[in-house]
Design a protein around this ligand. Sequence first.
Ligand code: UD1
Length: 420
Amino acid sequence: MEKIVVKGVKELRGEVNISCAKNSILPIIAATILCPEPIIIDNAPRLEDVEVICKLLSELNCDVNISNVNDRLTINTKNIVEMDANEELMRKMRASFLIMGPMLARFGYCKLSLPGGCNIGSRPIDLHLKGFKLLGAEVVIGHGFVEVRAKKIVGNRIYLDFPSVGATENIMMASVFAEGTTIIENAAEEPEIWDLAQFLNKMGAKIEGAGFGKITITGVKNLKGISYTPIYDRIEAGTFMIAAAITNSKIKINGVNEEHLRPVIEKLRECGIGFTNYKDHSIVVDGRGSKRPLDIKTLPYPGFPTDMQAQMMSLLSIVEGVSVITETVFENRFMHVAELQRMGANIKIDGRTAIIEGKPRLTGCEVKATDLRAGAAMILSGLVADGETVVNDVYHIDRGYVRIEEKFRNLGAEIYRINM
Ligand code: UD1
């Protein structure tokens, strides 16, 4: 069992390089199913989730290779077989479900077990299925499986009741070869949606409006092999911004698209954190000033990201005054609260709202990474807690952060991984 041990309290200094976005590369890997030619993805982040989706494709008879040079991932789905995907891998990661759209587009058929992933709410797939149905697919659910089947995919107008990231991506991929035009309304606007559309368009798809609320997909006949580098991971960058803030440090973060992080940067500015832009996607974060409490509500992009909520709570738990965080995207995303309370944080939950009364100090102890971002929050709190913090269930963190302890160690933190 691997654990991460963090010793507080140390000032961070130096710079950190951000990896490519987990939430971009996962749909991009799924989208390779749409093209029977080799596809190259450079700077592929070495993450557990990336490994899971690559394994899934390998088991479907695709050629998947990752080389250490440039972290280059080469995928050839030419010989993919139309068989049921490995159930265990499907259950490991919710994003595995993103192969359904491309499989439907390529074979007119796909059967998958219902997805797993972070334990942060019921996370239904009704919007994905609504989209597939409107594109002409027949959908059957039973015995833990979903089956979609279509003789022909025909473009349609699809309104999403909620701008779901996964549903927008799955529907976008399912309709790439559709007859006519597909319009997705109330589509998710996350930068990773834009990135997926860029990737598909580079292969020859015709997608307009991705990254905005209305996406238009005009069906094309086929796609060609390309090479592509995904965007930087805005959540990893945001996590290091909070690391600077929580440790009263000044650090440089390389690999930041400021626009993608606007909702996080604006809130941190309000808290008292300084930002200076450097050229070439670098930003200096100055967390040394005095800090103010915040009122935050998570929302779909461009609102404050739910994937930054736990890390922000770590910071606010040591900022003097009362802060309020309301989680509106997922119904069960406060599991880290109990862990923060173990470290001495003063947090009360009222439905979907957390009320945080900042304290000057936290105390190190054994905690759990209850999900991916919650795990990052435990490390952040560990950086400023008295004594030693031992984070268990580290596999959650490895799903979405590349060598997190190494990156923190390079910034001067006392942090290491143990196996026991
Ligand atoms: C993606 C991200 C995840 C992030 C989330 C919200 C990936 C691989 N993961 O997850 O890191 O936390 O967006 O920004 O990109 N919903 C439905 N019906 C559906 C689909 C979703 O009700 O068919 C609900 C979910 O239960 C949830 C909300 O919509 O409450 C948001 O989910 P969604 O945007 O789909 O998140 P994911 O794509 O799973």
